[in-house]
Structure formats: structure tokens, C-alpha cells
Design a binder for this molecule. Sequence first.
Ligand code: C5P
Length: 296
Amino acid sequence: MLQVIARVPAKINLMLSVGPVRSDGFHELATVFHAVSLYDEISAVHADAVTVHVTGPYTDQTPADESNLAVRAARSLARRARLRSGALLRVHKEIPVAAGLAGGSADAAGALLACDRLWGLRMPESRLSSVAAGLGSDVPFALIGGTAVGTGRGERLRPVPVRGELHWVLATADGGLSTPDVYRRLDDLRSDRKVPAPSVPGELLAALESADLDALAVLLHNDLQEAALALRPTLKDTLRAGEEHGALAGLVSGSGPTCVFLARDGASAGALAVDLAASGTCARAVAVTGHAAVGT
Ligand code: C5P
């Protein structure tokens, strides 16, 4: 029996510049998405209807009904292709839920890639990306991985080159943060300010292209961090611990609560992960590499 497997990485945002709220309720963004080597695996086999079975450490926190993003993705693809096909999806989750790492988006992208193959659709990338955008702002990036500038609400993508291997530590928390809550808090925090149009500094892209870690360290930035810290003040302890244990820089990933730290090399990342886990300021700490690829 044909089985298609997709392996889709988590993402962090190296820059997340949040502009004003648009008339559709979303915020205009300029961001640098960066996939990291922590993966969910999504497999698909033929079945009468679309259903999902979830395994891995986050099974309890992941819905296994039609609200599951992988199920919504497969159904949405079938609708777009005018098919009545079904699939049994198996999602093995290693990416924590509601963590600012786009784990749900990874599952949606994996389901799209796996079902596209399973059903023999070979949908052009642009069409698959438009189905992905209908599922969530981060899903189009999850289809391509690597590193990309995202604009619009995050769905318009331009891949960017990265030289060498970047090493990061992800410090995850117990209990997620709701993305809409974090955006809302940001709006409250800056209700008295004029919000400029979002932008990604060219220096950041140059630092990625030339593997200049010291330049990169000072350019990492997340506009949502202030709001995430207001909602979860203990994240300040996590960020401080990372700094004390030698991270080149640390910031909240996306809407949080995961904190991400840049390390000089793989050995430093490994040591930092051990120190952060022992610091008691996070639930888990794991060393990963950047610019991770999507696999099918
Ligand atoms: O697109 P996605 O479903 O991931 O968005 C989740 C929530 O995050 C949205 O409902 C919205 O509250 C917020 N969001 C936003 N602007 C964006 C992306 C997300 O306000 N560009």
C-alpha cells in the first residue's frame, strides 16, 4: 500500500517586524522565517475519509478531530482539486504546541505535501502555496523550509541565502501562548504610538549571507517579544539565563513562549542547552541547526 511521508521543520523568526492592523484583522508583517532541525513527521495512506492519528510527546495537547490543522489541510486540498479522496494521516509530533514554532503549520504543510503525492495531483507550487495561505499565515513557509523573507501577513515569500551552518538552542516552556492574545497585547502596548510600516533591515540579510554571527546577534529582533513577556513575565528569566550561559543573543520565537538563542558553534549550542535545562528557567532545551529542509 502506497504511503507518503513528509518531514517538516519548526520555524523561528530571526526578525519579526509587526506593522499596523489591516482591515481584515491581520497585521502587516516583514519577517525572516528560518527553519530549524526539529521536525514533525506526517504520513498519508489512502482511506475513505480524511482522519488523523497523532503520536509523540504532545499527543495530549493536539486535537485529533477535524479541527486538527493536518486534517483541515488535506480536506482543503481535496476541495481545491475537486476530489473526493480521503487519507489516513499519521502525525508524529516533536514540535511543541502553541510554542511560537509553527508546529501546527508544519503539520498542515506536511499533510498538503503528502496528500498531493498520494493523490497524484502534482499541484504547482504556487497553487499549493495558495491553499497553504488559506490555512494560516505560516503554512506557506512551512512548505518550503530553509530561510525566507515573509511579507503581507507572512504568506508572501522570498527565499534568502544563508552561508554555513547556524546553531541555535530552543528553550521551550510548559503551557503555550495564544497567538491572537499576543498580537492583541502588542496592539494595547502601542496604542499611543504611530506604528510604522514593517521592514527587514538589509544588514540582517547581509549577515546571513556572509555568516557574520556577531552582526547577526545584534540584528535579531521580534516586535512580539514585548507582548509575550508582558503575558509570561518568567520568560525574562529564561532570556537572562541564556545570556549568562554564553548565548550570542536570545529572543522570543514568534508569538512565544519558546525562547531561541544563537550559539557560536555546535559545541557551544550543546553546552548551552545543558546549562539552560539545568537553570530551571525552561521546561526543555534542545540544540538545533538552522536553514532546515522539508523532506518528502
Ligand atoms: O494566520 P494564523 O492562523 O497563524 O494567525 C493566527 C492569529 O494571529 C490571527 O488570528 C491573528 O490574530 C494573528 N495574526 C495577525 N497578523 C498576522 C498573522 C497572525 O494578527 N500577520
